[in-house]
Design a protein around this ligand. Structure first.
Ligand SMILES: [Zn+2]
Length: 283
């Protein structure tokens, strides 16, 4: 984990818009309302992001999320791409002779999910930027780490299935103090998380995502977040800021929160809860 994030924040300062002709969409309110004209799913009933209240979430014994092969991620070229609406990083396939491609399992996932890439959403000011709202707080930045269910051969195929992707969401708080690179790049603890079923937060808004959101905050310095805020959208010289989607109705979905005080997260204990009606993603 630390390696991924390190690479990101070091490289972002050289980001310039690329990929002319790439599909464009905007984040103003009228533009967001138009997303569903070309992408029907954007008007779906299980869209993201949503506002999450940990008090109203269902507390369950959920297995931890396990990270495999993340330490082998570098060396290897990580391709960064300014697509005009975010900065994204594609993770190349790991050469099998050099170890396994990073993947995750656990949580409420029923399979292993391979790392595909990551990107960010951020605001022009510190009071906005994240997509999900956690306990009425909108943080200034949210990172999405995308994983694809191993049973699908690529992301395009995975988008057609409700268990296609798992996206890990991390939130940042801005700190004035510059710290050593490693200090502010280390991720927070990953033992606590919320999880729910939703969608991509950009067109085509496919309802293929198991969201896992970690409430323990990461930090980013003012200097670093300013490097994101001066990135260019490639449209009328406007800066790429406030690239977050409006909150979507939660509808009949449940949000689960992992019980962390419990030691009883062994798989057989968890299985006892699987029959429980509360385990379903919707009610
Ligand atoms: Zn995202």
């Amino acid at each position: 984990m630390a390696w991924v994030i390190l690479a990101v924040l070091v490289v972002v300062q050289v980001a310039t818009v690329s990929g002319a002709g790439h599909h464009r969409f905007g984040y103003t309110k009228p533009e967001q309302r138009r997303w569903s004209k070309s992408h029907e799913s954007c008007a779906g009933k299980h869209q993201s992001p949503i506002a999450i209240s940990s008090g109203r979430a269902i507390s369950l014994n959920i297995p931890a999320i396990e990270f495999v092969g993340y330490n082998n991620l570098l060396p290897g070229p990580i391709t960064m791409h300014n697509n005009g609406h975010s900065v994204s990083f594609s993770i190349p396939k790991t050469d099998p002779s050099k170890g396994r491609h990073p993947y995750i399992f656990g949580g409420k996932m029923e399979n292993e999910y391979e790392l595909e890439g990551l990107h960010f959403h951020w605001g022009d000011k510190n009071n906005r930027g994240a997509e999900h709202v956690l306990n009425d707080v909108r943080y200034p930045m949210e990172m999405h780490i995308i994983h694809r269910n191993k049973k699908y051969k690529n992301v395009a195929e995975a988008l057609g299935y409700s268990d296609g992707l798992t996206v890990l969401g991390f939130f940042y708080q801005v700190v004035e103090q510059e710290s050593s690179e490693i200090g502010y790049l280390l991720p927070g603890p990953v033992t606590r998380f919320c999880t729910y079923k939703g969608s991509l937060t950009t067109p085509p808004c496919s309802e293929a995502v198991t969201w896992v959101l970690f409430p323990d905050l990461l930090t980013i310095s003012l200097t670093q977040i300013r490097r994101f805020r001066v990135l260019d959208t490639g449209m009328h010289g406007s800066p790429m800021v406030d690239n977050y989607r409006a909150l979507q109705p939660i509808g009949n979905r449940r949000v689960f929160v992992r019980k962390v005080n419990s030691r009883n997260t062994a798989i057989d204990v968890v299985r006892n809860e699987i029959d429980h009606t509360k385990w379903d993603w919707t009610f």
